[in-house]
Design a protein. Sequence first.
Length: 91
Amino acid sequence: MQDKFCIHCFVSGLVQGVCFRANTVTEAKALQLTGWVKNLPDGRVEVLACGEKVNVLKLYEWLQQGPVHARVSGVTLEELPAQHHSNFTAT
Protein backbone atom coordinates (compact mmCIF):
# COMPACT_ATOMS: atom_id res chain seq x y z
CA MET A 1 0.00 0.00 0.00
CA GLN A 2 1.33 3.40 -0.92
CA ASP A 3 1.73 6.16 1.63
CA LYS A 4 -0.96 8.82 1.68
CA PHE A 5 0.01 11.99 -0.19
CA CYS A 6 -1.74 15.31 0.49
CA ILE A 7 -1.83 18.62 -1.36
CA HIS A 8 -3.28 22.01 -0.52
CA CYS A 9 -4.21 24.17 -3.50
CA PHE A 10 -5.69 27.58 -4.21
CA VAL A 11 -7.39 27.88 -7.60
CA SER A 12 -7.89 31.36 -9.06
CA GLY A 13 -9.78 32.72 -12.05
CA LEU A 14 -13.47 32.32 -12.86
CA VAL A 15 -13.93 29.41 -10.45
CA GLN A 16 -17.04 30.33 -8.45
CA GLY A 17 -20.58 30.07 -9.79
CA VAL A 18 -19.52 27.46 -12.38
CA CYS A 19 -20.08 24.25 -10.33
CA PHE A 20 -16.34 24.04 -9.57
CA ARG A 21 -16.82 22.60 -6.07
CA ALA A 22 -19.38 19.97 -7.14
CA ASN A 23 -17.21 18.87 -10.06
CA THR A 24 -14.12 18.74 -7.84
CA VAL A 25 -15.98 16.42 -5.44
CA THR A 26 -16.98 14.18 -8.35
CA GLU A 27 -13.41 14.05 -9.70
CA ALA A 28 -11.87 13.46 -6.26
CA LYS A 29 -14.28 10.65 -5.41
CA ALA A 30 -13.64 8.98 -8.78
CA LEU A 31 -9.93 9.06 -7.89
CA GLN A 32 -10.64 7.68 -4.39
CA LEU A 33 -9.32 10.80 -2.67
CA THR A 34 -10.32 12.32 0.65
CA GLY A 35 -10.33 15.95 1.77
CA TRP A 36 -12.43 18.99 0.95
CA VAL A 37 -13.06 21.91 -1.38
CA LYS A 38 -14.48 25.32 -0.51
CA ASN A 39 -15.10 28.78 -1.96
CA LEU A 40 -13.15 31.68 -0.48
CA PRO A 41 -14.47 35.24 -0.05
CA ASP A 42 -11.80 36.56 -2.48
CA GLY A 43 -13.19 34.47 -5.38
CA ARG A 44 -10.68 31.62 -5.24
CA VAL A 45 -11.39 27.96 -4.49
CA GLU A 46 -9.35 26.14 -1.83
CA VAL A 47 -8.72 22.39 -2.09
CA LEU A 48 -7.17 19.85 0.26
CA ALA A 49 -6.80 16.39 -1.31
CA CYS A 50 -5.23 13.22 0.07
CA GLY A 51 -4.73 9.75 -1.34
CA GLU A 52 -2.36 7.79 -3.54
CA LYS A 53 0.17 10.18 -5.06
CA VAL A 54 -0.64 9.33 -8.68
CA ASN A 55 -4.34 10.07 -8.10
CA VAL A 56 -3.71 13.26 -6.14
CA LEU A 57 -1.56 14.51 -9.01
CA LYS A 58 -4.33 13.62 -11.48
CA LEU A 59 -6.70 15.83 -9.49
CA TYR A 60 -4.08 18.62 -9.51
CA GLU A 61 -3.91 18.37 -13.31
CA TRP A 62 -7.72 18.51 -13.49
CA LEU A 63 -7.79 21.61 -11.23
CA GLN A 64 -5.74 23.47 -13.83
CA GLN A 65 -8.73 23.26 -16.23
CA GLY A 66 -11.70 22.63 -13.96
CA PRO A 67 -15.24 22.14 -15.25
CA VAL A 68 -16.39 23.31 -18.67
CA HIS A 69 -17.49 26.85 -17.68
CA ALA A 70 -14.51 27.59 -15.42
CA ARG A 71 -11.63 29.78 -16.54
CA VAL A 72 -8.68 28.86 -14.34
CA SER A 73 -5.89 31.44 -14.30
CA GLY A 74 -3.65 29.76 -11.72
CA VAL A 75 -3.27 26.94 -9.22
CA THR A 76 -0.86 27.02 -6.28
CA LEU A 77 0.37 23.70 -4.90
CA GLU A 78 1.74 22.88 -1.46
CA GLU A 79 2.51 19.34 -0.33
CA LEU A 80 1.34 18.57 3.20
CA PRO A 81 2.04 15.78 5.66
CA ALA A 82 -0.45 12.90 5.48
CA GLN A 83 -3.85 13.65 6.99
CA HIS A 84 -6.91 11.52 7.61
CA HIS A 85 -10.29 12.47 6.19
CA SER A 86 -13.19 10.03 5.91
CA ASN A 87 -14.40 11.27 2.50
CA PHE A 88 -14.21 14.21 0.09
CA THR A 89 -16.67 17.03 0.75
CA ALA A 90 -17.61 20.52 -0.40
CA THR A 91 -18.01 23.11 2.35
